[in-house]
Write a protein that binds this ligand. Structure first.
Ligand code: PLP
Length: 407
């Protein structure tokens, strides 16, 4: 008799974005003239840059001739892309990562959720709170999270590391020792970055306790403070204790194309077993390679024109972020993030709950954001806005917020 994987029954419903959509739909039905500004979206809105579009066209043409057609891509990615990544993202920053330590994939969501498969089923997992939900849910599916405690809003076997304004939204080193530590900086949802010194603290801790850090750097392109680390491998010893995830989604607008990569250094071993070999085995067994045309598009991101064009896009989003941040501060809000990230994390006024503030913002100024409590217990009392809408809409949102008395 077939039975289901009961771990899936422990998953909490993913109500956040469906509840938001439902509330917005209901509001639109009763207020058909409302011009709603959506600042809740985590998806990019700008089109792919010309260098990427040219590369896509060229690659599509190649697929039309038997001489230049490409079938299955190499499991781990084409060398033309892996070498560009190693050169530009790592060597150019003085980081010693070689192209064969890079595993090309269809995005960071797949990799950050699949990586747990190469670790023991009873591994103790630590996550930030608030958190990008994929890290939690993939471990729930694998049976590592234990039961959900609905009073505590937490899984009993997970270690939650609160990120609050008291610790600058960078967690303290956990007291209970985990085997796996998920970190994401610049962070989704708080928009806050980590200093090299604090990151080194995590690396030293992982080395001391034989833990592995799973470092999600999907938003590294938004780092504008030159003192901040773009990669965990800027920290001494990280190649012996960390795996890093990158994405082409937010730096180059590939959310619909799908491309990312994971770095598993060859020096990373657990009891003598190479995680590089395990991940290569897993990748080769369960993934048949990112499409040739998409990898060519990824290569174009590293061309001189491509680099310039994607940099401009990121700067445009960052301009929205700093405009939103400054405008909200002028309107009297306490605001975090938005400097090295497309995300703004604002404190709700007068100790309102995140959902009450959602309702207030929607009804009073027709702006949609994301309640912080949807990302975890420590997100309660916070609210996420994103810089991915147009500058005009971001400016209009601030105009409305300033004109309304929300405090
Ligand atoms: N990691 C974080 C922290 C994210 O916020 C996102 C997407 O929003 C992803 C990973 C997913 O990236 P990708 O589009 O490459 O799957």
């Amino acid at each position: 008799m077939a039975t289901v994987n009961e771990n899936y029954l422990s998953l909490q419903g993913s109500y956040l974005f469906s509840t938001i959509a439902k509330k917005v739909r209901e509001y639109e039905e009763t207020h058909p003239d409302a011009n709603i500004i959506r600042l809740g979206i985590g998806d990019v809105t700008k089109p792919l840059v010309p260098a990427v579009i040219d590369a896509l066209h060229k690659a599509v043409d190649e697929m039309s001739s038997a001489l230049t057609f490409h079938g299955y891509a190499p499991d781990l990615g084409y060398d033309f892309l892996r070498s560009k990544i190693a050169e530009n993202d790592f060597k150019a920053r003085g980081i010693d990562i070689s192209s064969d330590e890079i595993f090309v994939s269809d995005g960071a969501k797949s990799d950050t959720s699949n990586i747990q498969e190469i670790f023991a089923a009873d591994s103790k997992v630590a996550v930030c709170d608030p958190v990008y939900p994929v890290y939690v849910d993939s471990n729930v599916m694998a049976g590592r999270a234990g039961e959900f405690d609905s009073d505590l809003m937490a899984y009993k076997r997970l270690i939650y590391m609160p990120c609050t304004k008291e610790n600058d939204f960078v967690p303290e080193l956990p007291k209970e020792t985990p085997d796996l530590i998920y970190l994401c900086f610049p962070n989704n949802p708080t928009g806050m970055a980590i200093t090299k010194e604090r990151l080194q603290g995590f690396v030293d801790y992982a080395l001391k306790h034989n833990a592995v850090i799973l470092y999600d750097s999907a938003y590294e392109a938004y780092i504008s403070d030159p003192s901040l680390p773009h990669s965990i491998y800027e920290c001494a010893g990280a190649k012996e204790c960390a795996i890093e995830f990158r994405s082409f989604s937010k730096n180059a607008g590939f959310t619909g194309l799908r491309l990312g990569f994971t770095v598993v250094p060859k020096d990373l071993k657990l009891s003598g077993t190479s995680l590089h070999s395990l991940w290569a085995r897993r990748h080769g067994t369960k993934f048949n390679g990112a499409p040739y045309i998409v990898q060519r598009a990824g290569e174009a991101v590293y061309s001189p024109e491509g680099k310039e064009q994607v940099k401009k896009q990121v700067l445009d989003y960052l301009k929205n972020a700093s405009f939103l941040k400054a405008g909200l501060e002028k309107a009297g809000f306490t605001v975090f993030g938005g400097e090295n990230s497309p995300y703004i994390w604002l404190k709700t006024p007068n100790d309102m709950t995140s959902w009450d503030f959602f309702d207030l913002l929607l009804s009073k100024v027709n702006i949609v954001g994301t309640p912080g409590s949807g990302f975890g217990r420590s997100g309660e009392g916070y609210f996420r806005l994103t810089a991915f809408n147009t500058f005009e809409n971001s400016a209009l949102a601030i105009e409305r917020i300033k004109a309304a008395s929300l405090l």
